[in-house]
Design a protein around this ligand. Structure first.
Ligand code: GLU
Length: 491
C-alpha cells in the first residue's frame, strides 16, 4: 500500500491531505476574532493545497439562530474566505450543521461507556453545587469527585426509579501527563489530575461542546485544528476522547487572543466587533481581511499591504506569533484609506452607492456621478464618509454652514459673487480651469487674495469652506444650478 507523502510548510511529512475547519457557533454575528481564525485556517489550507471546511456548531438551540448562520455565511464570503465543504455546498462528510447530527453522538458515547472510558452520572444539580461549595470552602481547585464512577447496577436502577436522568461523563485517567506539540505555541503539558471527569452527553441527550467537536472533527477527517487560545484548556480533554476512541489525534495550533487598544477584551465599547458591522461602517472587506491577517502574521518582505492570495503564499503557521495581538482601529482606518485610494473608480463608485441612499442619484448622469466620486475620494477613510462629503451635489440649494456664511456676507464675498453673476453667462464650463485662473488674477489686481475669491464661490455654491476641487464641483453642478445658488446669496 502506498501513502502519498507531502511536505507541509513547517517541513513535516504528512500522510493525509490537509483538512482544516472553522466551526463557529451562530449565537451572534461573525466576530472579527472568529474571522481571524477562519482566515488563518483558510491560509493554511491554501498554502498546503488542503481543504477548508465550514461547520456550524448550533447544538445550543436556544442561543443559535438562522439569521446569525446567514450572517456567518455572508461575512466569510465577503472576506473572500470560501469553503470547500459546508452546510450550503455539501461535501463527503456532512451534514455540516451540528443540529443535523444529533443522532450521531449518542452512539459514540455509548461505545465509550461500554469500553469503560465513560460512565453514567446521576448527580443532581444541587449535589454538584454542594461539591463545588465544599472546594471553595477548602480553597481547593474544584474537580468532580467521581462518585458515580463505580455505581452498581442496583444503585443506578434506584436513581432511575427516582426519576433521575443520567448524563454521561468521561472517565479521566489519574496521573496522566497529556502532552502535545502546539503548531503555534510549542510543547504544552497538562496534568490529568486537574481535569476531573467531565460531561460528554447532557442528561437531556445532547452532546457537550468537547464531545461533539471531537466526534465531528474525527468523522470529517480534520487533521489540523487552528483556533483561539481560549480553547487551550479544552484540548487535553479532546485529546483524551480521541485516544479513547482509538482515533488519530489531530495537530493543534492555538492563536493568541485579540485585545482592544486598552489591552482589555475587544468589545462593542471599543468600536465595531462583527465583520458585518465593519462593512456597514464603510470598511472595505479587502482592507479588513488584510488587517486581520496582521493580527499574528507578519509578511516576510515587510510589505503589509497584501491580498489574501499573496498572504497565503507567504503564510507559515509555525511563524505565527504566539502572543496576543492588539486591534488598532487607527491602523485599520489608515489601511482602509489606502485601499480606497487604490480602488478602480467604477468599482468604488458602485461600492459607495449604499452610503448614498438618502440622495436622489438620478439628479446626476453616470459621468457626473463618476466625476463626483473622482473628486471626493481622496480624503475618504471610510466609505461612509462620502455621505456627508457630497451633500452639496444634491438638491437645489446647499445648507450654508456658519463659517461659509461669513465669507458670503463679507464685502469681498459679495463683490466676488456679483462679479461671477455678471460674467457667468459667457463662461464656458468645459474650460473652467482657465476661466477661474483669469478671474482670480482680476481680483488679485484689486488686492483681493486668490484664496478669498475662491472661498466666496465655494461658500455660496457648496455652503462649506472646504471640499473637493472647485472646477470639478462647478462642472458637475452645471451653469444653471451654480448661477441660482449664487443669486440666492447675493444681497
Ligand atoms: N464552536 C466553537 C467556537 O465557536 C468552536 C471551537 C473550536 O474551534 O473547537 O468557539
Amino acid at each position: 500500500m502506498f501513502f502519498r507523502c507531502k511536505m507541509i510548510s513547517n517541513g513535516e511529512k504528512e500522510m493525509d491531505d490537509i483538512r482544516v475547519r472553522i466551526a463557529p457557533s451562530p449565537s451572534g454575528n461573525l466576530h472579527v476574532g472568529t474571522a481571524r481564525t477562519a482566515l488563518f485556517n483558510y491560509l493554511f489550507a491554501k498554502k498546503n493545497n488542503g481543504k477548508f471546511v465550514l461547520r456550524i456548531e448550533d447544538t445550543d438551540l436556544e442561543r443559535s439562530n438562522e439569521a446569525y448562520t446567514q450572517n456567518i455565511f455572508d461575512s466569510l464570503k465577503a472576506l473572500g474566505l470560501n469553503w470547500d465543504e459546508g452546510p450550503d455546498v455539501g461535501g463527503n462528510y456532512g451534514p455540516y450543521k451540528q443540529s443535523e447530527r444529533f443522532d450521531i453522538y449518542p452512539k459514540y458515547a455509548q461505545m465509550l461507556v461500554e469500553k469503560g472510558f465513560a460512565y453514567e452520572c446521576f448527580c443532581t444539580q444541587e449535589e454538584l453545587e454542594a461539591e463545588k461549595e465544599e472546594s471553595v470552602k477548602n480553597k481547593t481547585a474544584h474537580v468532580y469527585s467521581g462518585r458515580c464512577r463505580n455505581l452498581s447496577e442496583e444503585e443506578k436502577e434506584k436513581f432511575r426509579q427516582e426519576g433521575r436522568k443520567p448524563s454521561i461523563r468521561f472517565h479521566v485517567p489519574k496521573d496522566k501527563e497529556i502532552v502535545f506539540n502546539d503548531l503555534v505555541k510549542g510543547e504544552l503539558k497538562f496534568n490529568s489530575n486537574l481535569i476531573g471527569d467531565f460531561v460528554i452527553m447532557k442528561s437531556n441527550g445532547t452532546p457537550t461542546y468537547n464531545f461533539a467537536v471531537v466526534i465531528d472533527d474525527m468523522l470529517m477527517k480534520i487533521n489540523h485544528i487552528i483556533r483561539g487560545e481560549d480553547h487551550i484548556s479544552n484540548t487535553p480533554k479532546q485529546i483524551l476522547i480521541y485516544e479513547a476512541l482509538g482515533a488519530e489525534v489531530p495537530k493543534f495550533g492555538h492563536l493568541g487572543m485579540i485585545l482592544a487598544p486598552d489591552r482589555s477584551k475587544l468589545s462593542k465599547r471599543h468600536g465595531a466587533t462583527a465583520v458585518s458591522e465593519f462593512v456597514e461602517k464603510g470598511y472595505l472587506t479587502e482592507a479588513l481581511v488584510n488587517f486581520v491577517a496582521l493580527l499574528g502574521w507578519s509578511p516576510s518582505d515587510g510589505n503589509e499591504i497584501k491580498n489574501v492570495e499573496e498572504i497565503a503564499q507567504d503564510f507559515r503557521i509555525n511563524e505565527v506569533s504566539s502572543s496576543n495581538s492588539v486591534f488598532e482601529y487607527d491602523k485599520l482606518n489608515w489601511m482602509n484609506s489606502q485601499y480606497i485610494k487604490k480602488l478602480d473608480l467604477e468599482v468604488l463608485a458602485e461600492k459607495l452607492k449604499p452610503y448614498l441612499t438618502q440622495y436622489n442619484l438620478e439628479e446626476l448622469t453616470k459621468e457626473q456621478y463618476l466625476k463626483m466620486v473622482e473628486i471626493t475620494r481622496e480624503p475618504l477613510t471610510l466609505l461612509s464618509d462620502i455621505t456627508n462629503d457630497v451633500k452639496y451635489f444634491f438638491g437645489e440649494y446647499p445648507e450654508i454652514e456658519e463659517e461659509a456664511n461669513v465669507h458670503i456676507d463679507s464685502e469681498i464675498g459679495q463683490t466676488v459673487l456679483k462679479e461671477v453673476i455678471k460674467r457667468i453667462d459667457d463662461w464656458n464650463f468645459a474650460n473652467l480651469h482657465e476661466i477661474l485662473e483669469e478671474f482670480r488674477s482680476y481680483f488679485k489686481e484689486q488686492g483681493i487674495k486668490a484664496k478669498n475669491t475662491m472661498l466666496a464661490i465655494r461658500s455660496a455654491v457648496t455652503g462649506r469652506t472646504r471640499g473637493a476641487d472647485m472646477c470639478g464641483i462647478l462642472e458637475i453642478l452645471g451653469k444653471d444650478k451654480v448661477k441660482k445658488r449664487i443669486q440666492k446669496v447675493i444681497k
